[in-house]
Design a protein around this ligand. Structure first.
Ligand SMILES: Cc1cc2nc3c(=O)[nH]c(=O)nc-3n(C[C@H](O)[C@H](O)[C@H](O)COP(=O)(O)OP(=O)(O)OC[C@H]3O[C@@H](n4cnc5c(N)ncnc54)[C@H](O)[C@@H]3O)c2cc1C
Ligand code: FES
Length: 257
């Protein structure tokens, strides 16, 4: 466990906040796809830690960002932390995304809060041709647009109601993208139905796909099985810890029920 000092808090939308942590430790150790298991407060309302992805790191300022949506008790308490205070985090935890070779090409597909871990992934692969396809509910929910635009050669956004970018889902953008080109790898993070659809599209086009699973968690280190997800095992399936074996998996390994 580590106490990290909060250097800044910034609302990016009515319910999404960026927490900037002053931490050389995180800057030097965090890999894209990894997460922190964050203690949100002393209250019984948020007894368990909450997993939040590392969204970005900044070597010049020695800071690491987590970006989270206020959903329930835990994230509500976390949003109330003030700059200068300390948060208790475990991590970086979990297995990171596997990179594409320099000179290759990649596409990231993010849905809502699932977009956040993909920013660090793009930032760490400047020598790869990068396309970002993001889906949000509506214009109001679109966050980090500039950061994604400046860390990719092309950014496309879809909103469910068409109020920003194209009307539809990020998976519609992916379908169109793969009809035109075959990247070396597609990286997906978002709600389960979206990841299931994205993996199906990638398999149809015979393109490698990695997914980051956002399962609910307890301990975060492989001790409680709260985070189990089904993965292929021969002809059948097995239960796998998302916290320890994931959160990043080869998309073809996941059994999406
Ligand atoms: C590896 C990993 C990385 C994550 N990274 C981020 C991130 O970068 N930013 C971010 O905003 N969120 C992220 N999440 C999701 C985040 O952990 C949950 O939103 C958070 O735990 C909710 O806690 P809460 O106490 O505020 O809400 P709760 O009171 O626990 O739940 C509120 C509502 O959210 C739903 N919910 C809670 N957790 C999840 C979950 N894991 N998946 C789907 N629905 C859930 C509940 O069913 C409920 O409806 C990540 C999850 C995982 C597993
Ligand atoms: S969260 Fe406890 S085993 Fe994964």
């Amino acid at each position: 466990m580590h106490l990290e000092q909060v250097a800044g808090m910034e609302w990016l939308s009515p319910d999404v906040i960026r927490m900037v942590l002053k931490s050389e430790r995180l800057v030097s150790s965090a890999k894209p796809g990894q997460f922190l298991n964050v203690r949100c407060g002393d209250s019984y309302r948020a007894y368990l830690r909450r997993p939040i992805s590392i969204c970005d790191v900044n070597r010049e300022s020695g800071t690491a960002d987590i970006v989270f949506q206020v959903r329930g008790a835990g994230t509500e308490l976390l949003a109330g932390v003030k700059p200068g205070e300390f948060v208790d985090v475990m991590g970086p935890l979990g297995n990171p995304f596997k990179p594409v070779q320099p000179g290759g090409s990649m596409v990231v597909v993010g849905g809502g809060i699932g977009s956040f871990p993909l920013l660090l992934l793009l930032r760490t692969m400047p020598e790869v041709r990068r396309k970002a396809l993001l889906g949000f509910r509506s214009h109001e929910a679109v966050v980090l647009e500039e950061a994604f635009a400046s860390n990719s050669e092309r950014l496309e956004i879809a909103t469910d109601d068409g109020s920003h970018g194209q009307a539809g889902f990020a998976t519609n953008l992916l379908e169109r993208c793969l009809e035109q080109e075959k990247p070396d790898c597609v990286y997906v993070c978002g709600p389960l139905p979206m990841m299931k659809a994205a993996v199906g599209i990638c398999m149809h086009h015979d393109v490698a796909v990695q997914v980051s699973m956002e399962q609910r968690m307890g301990c975060g280190v492989g001790a409680c099985l709260v985070c189990a997800c089904k993965t292929r095992d021969g002809e059948g399936f097995a239960y796998t810890h998302v916290c320890r074996e994931g959160p990043v998996f080869d998309g073809r390994e996941i059994v999406f029920d």
